[in-house]
Write a protein of this length. Sequence first.
Length: 344
Amino acid sequence: MTPFSRFLAGLHRHWFLAGLAVLIPLGFALGRTFGGSGTNAVNPSFEAALAAGMKVIVFQILLLMSVTLDTRKLVESLRTPGPVLWAATVNAVLMPLLTWPLSRAQWTRDFSVGLMIAGSVPCTMAAASVWTRRAGGNDAVSLLVTVLTNALAVVVTPFWMEVGVGSRVSLEPRQLMAILFVSALLPIVTGQLLRLSRACAAFADRRKLLLSNLAQVCILTTVFWSAYGAGPQLVPGRDVPALGAVLLVWGCTMAIHIAGLVMGYWGGRRLGMSAENTIAAAFAGSQKTLPIGILVAESVARTGLPFAVFPMLMFHASQLVIDTIVADRYLNVTLLTEAQDATP
């Protein structure tokens, strides 16, 4: 095999990670160039278009996940809610508790508040289900964790922000409920209703891998849009945090996420959950949503903390890289074990 062939084979296997490596810096660069309306201001119409685009993309991801999900798995997860409750506990209680002391260790107030935001927002609305499925887990559990933690966010996130950094964050219940309905409940229900058509269900089952890959492409789009939205903060003339402060908060975001993965997985094993449910608890318990994180960070930024959004972006990008590696590794080990067991 030639070096170019090996490169293509590696790109085929790790296309998502390659996409992250390209789209994140590209988004920052383009956002810095085109996203501002002044020296260090963000164009309001640009912000509105960004928010609308994110909602559409998240809707598409969850619709793709729901339409390819067997309704029987969703019903079974509702009947036995232990994995959902455990993952929600990791996400809404244990991870914020871990984030609390780490937020106090940051060099800047922006990063201190921003890290607490990242640790206290609910489960991601899309990526948890995509990566749970990628690792061979029960994506019905991850979808239900998404709904539960986002419904509780109006209480949970302000509580941890007040406890962790003494920052009063007011989350409008109607606004959060609207985000939950449009971005989570509606696409999940729509996808399940589409499965009532035998032809649609059969197509979704046949093309499950293709539709799951399309969902990952949509996630890459959300990452690019988010980096693009943060780009205007990096305009010339604005003081940016020191490199040491950036590395510290980035390291903390990765540590928090990895700890969430370990707690979700270890707790699931200790509680006697199946392998599929344990995988779901690990990914859904440890991942954090970008849209609500940005919503909270933007409200804080108006109080004079413009870089509070960056820990949320770091957390989201890091969790995608880490979980891609973990999911692929877990699936490869599972397939190898099954092949060995099947060998006479």
